[in-house]
Design a protein around this ligand. Sequence first.
Ligand code: FAD
Length: 305
Amino acid sequence: MAGTSFDIAVIGGGIAGLTAAHHAALAGVSVGHFIADGMPGGLVINVGALDGWPAAGAVGGAELAAGLLGRNEELGVSLVPSRIDSIEGGASKLLSGPDGAWRAKQVIVATGASLRTLAAPGAEQLAGRGVSQCAWCDGGLYRDADVVVAGGGDSALSEAIHLAEFARSITIVTRGEMFRARRSYVSRVADDERFKLRWSSEIVEVLGDEGVEGVRVRDNEAGSEEILSCSGLFVFVGLAPNAALLPANVSRDDQGFVVTDANFETGAPGVFAIGAVRSGYGGRLTQVVSEATTAAERAAASCEE
Ligand SMILES: Cc1cc2nc3c(=O)[nH]c(=O)nc-3n(C[C@H](O)[C@H](O)[C@H](O)COP(=O)(O)OP(=O)(O)OC[C@H]3O[C@@H](n4cnc5c(N)ncnc54)[C@H](O)[C@@H]3O)c2cc1C
């Protein structure tokens, strides 16, 4: 299918991309949806029950993504199982990746973000051997165990709460002096004495040979260090945008997230950016839907101008 031209190309198979492809198809234009490795879902692929998603019952990320993908196929969206590495050109944009090149009049970039890893010594060596970034995948391995969660935002707390289904104690280590998370998560953590909190602190070393045996934590306010014994470390210390495919002259903020106008159009005309790759994105799936709808309708209208 390489070489095909589309009215709109949507890049990224997370909830933002799936929703944008959906609304673009509803507008009656031809849509190519580029999903790296053909695997939809993005950051929520392993989340078993999404919070804040308006549905009659609990919905998991994989289930939501599969449902959107199926509906998009019915609407005539062309699924292209390829990564895109660069976007170039003016009125007709050239999209290139390892599997070929395609053209599109308008492009919606929904490439999201990747979980940041911990820079502390030991973290990389013990990844997959006690250091994890998915409580829904690995939480069951820590029944009656002591675990540590690094981070203080929504994803850290929601994953910590999921770990409480298994673990004996969950110590949350955060650089901040308070959480930056949904009030319901904060209350849940405050109400359960198995959660222990280390404010203004960071993990400076992950200890262990074959598996995690503990972490060294520095209290940045007191200037002291302590070793916490644990067998699992779950890391949710922020997101890094997947924005390398955009031209260098498209503005980014100081963290590398893509700057857009109110219609989610970047500095490159006809190239939109939505969801977790975008500067100012609020981090909730409901916001993704709103951004995707606006960008898709704006891009579809531009195809006809
Ligand atoms: C652990 C966790 C739990 C969460 N739980 C909730 C929740 O319960 N409720 C809620 O509202 N929000 C939740 N969130 C936040 C939510 O996941 C994100 O806000 C949302 O998924 C962002 O969607 P996105 O499509 O913009 O990006 P992503 O989900 O990051 O999807 C981007 C996709 O693009 C792909 N991609 C990247 N680069 C390329 C490329 N060059 N070419 C092609 N494809 C590419 C990626 O592989 C990925 O599949 C959670 C986040 C985390 C980390």
